[in-house]
Design a protein around this ligand. Sequence first.
Ligand code: SF4
Length: 179
Amino acid sequence: MTKTDRVQFLKYKILLNEIQKQIAIQEEMHYKHMKCRNGCDLCCIDFNIFPVEFYFILNELKKKNIEPEIGQDSPNEICVFLKNSSCTIYQQRPIMCRTHGLPLVYANDNGEFELSACEFNFTDFDFDGFTQENTLPQDKYNSKLFLLNRKFIAGFQDKKYGELDLIPLKELRRHLLKT
Ligand code: SF4
């Protein structure tokens, strides 16, 4: 890992902390509705993540000698880190996983704002009651991650990536198994 990689990882960590704070605020705001718990794994599919996040997580797992239980690749795209309905890389999970279950606002392909909120959590919540204050702005964080990733891939020596390249989580499994 180069010094440039380390700088970008540090910036990723700062961004992660910023997002984590907003997540904590939203979780507190919606605690009455949140039913996310161990055993509910409906969100745990094989997500694609930016290289900066992918290599940050890989580095953290190796640095801390974390050996997650890793399942098999599955045709129905269940995340390989899901074991007995629990995440085996919970502390190191990607940003997207940290927002599971919360109300997210994002722009769709037509440029219209859409809201995504877990129907198992917000069973008795009036969806018209969602506002800028009680939702997470997914695009804002994705934009920050995109810009950070752009700097990361520009200096990354091990492999070349394009700005829009994403890596499936299951690739982490391949990297971990070969080390
Ligand atoms: S990394 Fe963990 S939280 Fe994220 S999809 Fe996989 S099992 Fe679920």
